[in-house]
Write a protein that binds this ligand. Structure first.
Ligand code: SF4
Length: 85
């Protein structure tokens, strides 16, 4: 079963602790040492690596919302938000 949801990543808040990476492979380390989101339909922020000062927002329609939620829960600075659409 698939779910439509949106994942946002506040790169201003992100401290590059990478607790998210081990919980959801869509979170990756960008060249600037902060987290980025891979895949999905980018809704804002344009190219992930160029969007250092605005939140990245990507939408997905798949069965991985729980992974995204685990990543969000693990983030010590609450930089990740998962919203079911
Ligand atoms: S867990 Fe949070 S602070 Fe750490 S890299 Fe991921 S988004 Fe950034």
């Amino acid at each position: 079963m698939t779910t439509e949801y949106r994942v946002s990543l506040d790169r201003d808040a992100c401290e590059g602790i990478f607790a998210c990476l081990v919980r959801d492979a869509r979170f990756v380390e960008a060249a600037d040492g902060l987290a980025s989101i891979e895949g999905g339909d980018a809704e804002a922020g344009g190219d992930a690596a160029d969007a250092a000062d605005q939140p990245l927002v990507a939408s997905f329609d798949d069965d991985r919302i729980d992974d995204a939620r685990r990543a969000a829960a693990a983030c010590p600075v609450d930089a990740i938000e998962v919203t079911e659409l």
